[in-house]
Design a binder for this molecule. Structure first.
Ligand SMILES: [Zn+2]
Ligand SMILES: [Zn+2]
Length: 338
């Protein structure tokens, strides 16, 4: 297979034993339907990379498309989950029950799919953190209610079904092998799969063609010095991916694409612009993360408040790491140019 190139259509992927199923996702910020990659193993079984969301529509799409392609999802050798978001792990428990396959996920995201690092629980536990970001109490109550509603729709994975997924581990398939790459950012435990010989990169939500991979506010690693700095970590990993020689990126949402380098350069520039906007605003007066929202998002959308807060905080953290802004401690933390 050395030197083989991969065309972008699903037919060429099928020649590598890769079958892409598209599972509808009921929230727009995901960037379209989520991909489930069914990858042929040498022994006639399949490895699954991601599982789609466990809504009735999601399950129907998964079963319908698998049946159409004659892929028997009871014959799974392992279920690999790229990261702990429900559009990626939502059907893992169900598929594990039906096939007996274990569910492999990186340690840093285990609590998201099995434990108590669900956003609703984290929000409750770290309410004080959001207060210091400047979020008003009534807004926090609305965020909590929305998060609680979402928790009820999720099927978590039993711990007894979980297996580890480690940086540098090699996974063998029928036609190729991949190395597991831990690329924290979008979540602390996100992994991608890299088929170096085929120059194919399974990027899930680390590199997406149509949307930026939201560096989500994540308190699963604590809120003090251990606080996960999503965008700073993301940019490190994205720079590593940028320098790979790739013929195809297989993302977590949407069809395979080429041109990851231009795409990522565009993304780095996009974050640069956002950071300069924040600097311009902070030159006027110190501001909290909440007070900075209108600088990046002129229209406040309550349903997307967590994403907006995440985006502002992540960029402020990058500026802080660069020594360009300083946190002024208080009941509400405000930032000022250094
Ligand atoms: Zn995600
Ligand atoms: Zn996703």
């Amino acid at each position: 297979m050395h030197g083989a190139t991969v065309d972008l259509d699903d037919g060429a992927l099928t020649a590598l034993g890769i079958h892409r199923l598209e599972i509808p996702v009921p929230f727009v910020e995901a960037g379209g339907p989520a991909n489930v990659y069914v990858i042929e193993d040498a022994d006639g079984r399949y490895t699954l990379f991601d599982t789609g969301i466990g809504t009735p529509d999601g399950i129907a799409a998964l079963r319908g498309q698998a049946a159409e392609r004659k892929l028997d999802l009871r014959k799974l050798s392992r279920i690999v989950v790229s990261h702990g978001h429900l559009d990626h792990f939502g059907n893992a428990q169900m598929l594990s029950e039906e096939s007996g396959a274990r569910v492999f996920i990186h340690d840093a995201d285990v609590e998201k799919i099995a434990g108590d690092a669900r956003f609703a629980a984290l929000l409750k536990k770290h309410r004080g953190y959001f207060v210091r970001l400047g979020v008003p109490a009534e807004t926090l109550d609305l965020m909590q209610a929305a998060a609680d509603r979402q928790s009820n729709q999720i099927r978590y994975v039993e711990r007894s079904r979980l297996g580890p997924l480690r940086e540098g581990e090699v996974l063998q398939f029928k036609h190729f092998e991949v190395v597991v790459k831990h690329l924290p950012g979008h979540t602390p435990g996100l992994v991608c799969l890299y088929a170096e010989q085929q120059r194919v990169f399974f990027a899930d939500d680390h590199v997406l063609a149509r949307v930026s991979p939201n560096p989500l506010l994540d308190l699963s690693q604590g809120e003090g010095a251990t606080k996960f700095r999503a965008l700073a970590r993301y940019l490190e990993g994205a720079k590593w991916v940028r320098d790979l020689e790739l013929d195809a990126v297989l993302p977590g949402h949407g069809p395979a694409f080429r041109g990851h380098r231009e795409l990522l350069d565009g993304l780095f520039a996009f974050y640069g612009v956002r950071q300069e906007k924040l600097m311009t605003r902070l030159a006027e007066s110190p501001a909290s993360v909440f007070e900075l929202l209108p600088t990046l998002f002129p229209r406040r959308d309550p349903g997307r408040l967590v994403l907006m807060l995440s985006e502002v905080l992540a960029n402020v953290e990058v500026l802080e790491d660069l020594g360009r802004v300083t946190a002024l401690e208080g009941e509400i933390v405000r930032y000022a140019p250094s």
